[in-house]
Design a protein around this ligand. Structure first.
Ligand code: FES
Ligand code: FES
Length: 157
């Protein structure tokens, strides 16, 4: 067991962990942050995406014991029902979700992209989210939702 401290959604969390546990395990099981979804657990679907030290990662592939001093942002830290982040609102306005399983990961990928490139092209958006799988929407409205925020607009199309 090893004790690590990390900042999760701005809150310090001290955790004593077995070495095999992933960041996804710890977020969901120890901290009750179930926005990051358990999909493939093999780094192939993106459902578990969170922002780690400013960069999007598949949290199913990251060992939590290696994260002493790290900063983690999950979808719960972005906004809630009473105060949605503009990208969350854009997903709603552009009908960019159906079952919602991919949505937290998609939104965090969109946030990461817009942070490094506030005005991406449509192709850049498609490329950036290409590791995040969605079985429902066909991706078109997800791209629209991200492009709408990049354009500073509301609903597209
Ligand atoms: S659950 Fe992590 S990439 Fe699929
Ligand atoms: S909305 Fe169902 S997987 Fe994307």
């Amino acid at each position: 067991m090893k004790t690590v401290t990390m900042l999760v959604n701005g809150r310090p969390e001290k955790l004593t962990l077995e070495p095999h546990r992933t960041l996804l395990d710890v977020l969901r099981e120890d901290l009750g942050l179930t926005g990051a979804k358990r999909g493939c657990e093999a780094g192939e679907c993106g459902a578990c995406t969170v922002i780690l030290n400013g960069r999007p990662v598949n949290s199913c592939l990251v060992l939590a014991v290696e994260l002493d001093g790290a900063e983690v942002l999950t979808i719960e830290g972005l906004g809630g029902p009473a105060s949605l982040d503009p990208l969350q609102q854009s997903f709603v306005d552009n009908f960019a979700l159906q079952c919602g399983y991919c949505t937290p990961g998609m939104i965090l990928m969109g946030k990461a992209l817009l942070a490094r490139n506030p005005h991406p092209s449509e192709d850049e958006v498609k490329e950036y989210i290409s590791g995040n799988l969605c079985r429902c929407t066909g991706y078109e409205n997800i791209v629209k939702a991200i492009m709408a925020v990049a354009a500073g607009g509301e609903r597209i199309g």
